[in-house]
Structures are given as C-alpha cells and as structure tokens.
Design a protein around this ligand. Sequence first.
Ligand code: ATP
Ligand code: MG
Length: 381
Amino acid sequence: MLIVDGLVKSYGGAGRGRARASAGKAPDGERVFAVGGASFEVVEGELFTLLGPSGCGKTTTLRSIAGLENPDGGRITLADRVLFDASARVNVPANRRALGMVFQSYAIWPHMSVFKNVSFPLDVLPRRERPRRAEITERVERALEVTELSDYAARAATKLSGGQQQRLALARALVIQPDLMLLDEPLSNLDAKLRENMRFELKRLQRELGLTAIYVTHDQSEALVMSSRVAVMNKGLIEQVGKPRQIYTNPASRFVAEFIGTSNFVKGIVVSVAGDEVSVDTMEGRLVVRGATSRPPVGDEVLLSIRPECISLSVERTAGAVNEWSGEVLTRAFLGDAVDHVVGVSKLEIRTRSNPTLSIEPGTRVHLNVDPAKVTLVPAG
Ligand SMILES: Nc1ncnc2c1ncn2[C@@H]1O[C@H](COP(=O)(O)OP(=O)(O)OP(=O)(O)O)[C@@H](O)[C@H]1O
Ligand SMILES: [Mg+2]
C-alpha cells in the first residue's frame, strides 16, 4: 500500500547532499544523513513499526512520509498515488496527503473542549471539501466512541488525564479517516502502567477499524507486542524487516540481535554443512546449529547467537547432549518471574535465564545445554 524506495534525507551544510549508503557525518563535516537510503513496503491493514535507537532516523522517515520534510532522494507512493519523487520533482503538500498523525508531543488545544479538539481538523478544511455539519458531528462522535471519550465530549481538554489526552490526540487523527496513520512514539509521555494499557487499546483500535499504521518506537518490547511487522533501523538504514518472532529468533545481524533483547554471541569457524545442519568450531568446542536459514561455506568465520532463555542449566551432565558446555556460576539475579545466571565458560561469560525455581549458588560447577535448533547463525561483523 505504501512504498518507500531509497529515501534519503540530510540536514545542514551547503547545497544538497548526494545519496550515500550510510548515515552520519558527510565528508564536508557538516551534512548529517538522517536517512541514508531506506526502503520498505507497508501492506494494507498492518501495523508496521520502525524500531531503532535514538537518532537512527525514525522521525525523519515518518515526517518525510507525512510531507513535513523535503527529502534529497527517493520515492514514496501510497496506493497508486505518488506522494514524493525526487527525480520527477513531485512533492505533494502535507495537507493533500490525507494522512493521520499523532506525534510524540501531541499538542491538544487547551482552550477548546474535547469535542472541538476532534472536530477542528474538519472545521478548518476549505469549504469545498468540508463535510456538512451533521456529518462532522457524526464523525466526531464516532471517533470519541472508539477512543472511549464520549463521556468527556463537553469537558475542557486540559482537564483530562495523560492517557485520556493521548486518546484525544488519536481521536483527532482518526476523524480525518486517513488511509494511513502515522504514530511517532505516541505513548512515550505516559507512565509505565498506562503505557501498557494503551498498547493494547491502540492495537485493538487499529485492528477493529482496519487501519494501516506506521508506528515509531525505540522500545523493543512495545514493538514486539504491537506490530504486524517490524523494520529495525540503524544509522539511517533498515537492517531487517520481519514479523516480531522472525526478527527475534532469526536476527540478520549482530545489531538486530543485540537491540531486540539480550543474546550471547560466540565466534567460530564453520567445519561442516550437511543439509540444514551446520557445525561450528568455537574456542569452547564444537556447536551444532540445526535449521540454519543460511549455508555459510566451510572455513567461514561466523557468529552464533544464543538467547539466554534458550540455554538450560543443570548441576548434572545430560546424557547424550549435543551442545554442552561446563562452567562455573559467577553471579545470579532474581527477576521475579525468572532467574538469570552468568556462567563463566573458560573465557566466555554466558548469560542464562531460567524459571525462578532454579537458583544455583555462585561458585557451583554447572553444565549448559543448548538445543541446536535454538542457535542462530548471524553474519559475522
Ligand atoms: N532539523 C534537523 N537538523 C539537523 N539535524 C537533524 C534535524 N532533525 C534530525 N536531525 C538529525 O538526524 C538524525 C536522525 O534524527 P531523527 O529525529 O529522525 O531520529 P529518531 O530515530 O527519531 O530518534 P529519537 O528516537 O531520539 O526520536 C539525528 O542525528 C538528528 O540529530
Ligand atoms: Mg524521533
């Protein structure tokens, strides 16, 4: 539905920057490439998330889609409409793109009632495009209803709680009936508990109304619970696009594996490849990877990623285990619903996460086991 192709946006310096493969300082030391050639496609009805650390270019990407930036390069199309095309010099103004937007610093209008806040985007349309009064009222009521604000319609907008103000910002975007909803960290001003509730509400609304949305966040757990698909951004580029489970279990790079939760990384050399089974020699012995999606050639250096919860820990050896290490517990931490142990395996420190009934004293000799299907091959580098 939305296609972003080779989007480039730089700031500062003199003159236009040329497209570069990566973001950061340009050679003249002035231009900053906020987005360095990002491409992705959003499918109708999905909640598509841009996830990445602060400064990686998420807001710039969203603002470019919204028409609030003038990108240096690339092409953006929505359905069959070209919104932006650098080479054809097309840049449809923001108010002609019919997109709904909720920004991190959602500005509600303090001098207006809740109802008026929501009707405002329609009230200010040029006469030719403005719906009739009765229709405006109907649309506002519907937007208030789905955001569960109907009871507050007459109230001054400033007399709402943080979560209610957040929903008001959402209602105001919904009333436009946008083809695409752009949400830039819309929950970041809320406290942890409310944020969690709103995640579910937002997801419910998006599903019920069949909205297509691009959601921006730097919070990986938020991205994992809400998204249909996630694009992980790093330094102005998209590193991987996939369903939450895919990017968690099959990260395409070390950056993705580290950013989406914690992982243990072990370097090694490929010694054999048979079907989908790859054997890797590491400093601590051989590890077998089963169900590998890539087939690196024998002799290649690779990185193995093993999530802490995929390692089982025991004081006894497991008979016939394939991937087994021995080591000594260095530290443990009780997390309520889990216990983490850090185990020294010669020079490596391996983090494990287990069910809270397992708690092993530091200093104890232990055995670590990893199911070959739970080891992921990550391109080294
Ligand atoms: N108007 C601007 N002028 C100059 N540099 C800018 C401007 N806007 C953004 N940048 C730079 O572009 C890069 C990307 O910024 P952007 O706001 O897109 O990041 P972000 O991923 O949204 O980060 P955050 O999670 O902190 O909101 C940053 O290095 C930022 O400093
Ligand atoms: Mg931002």
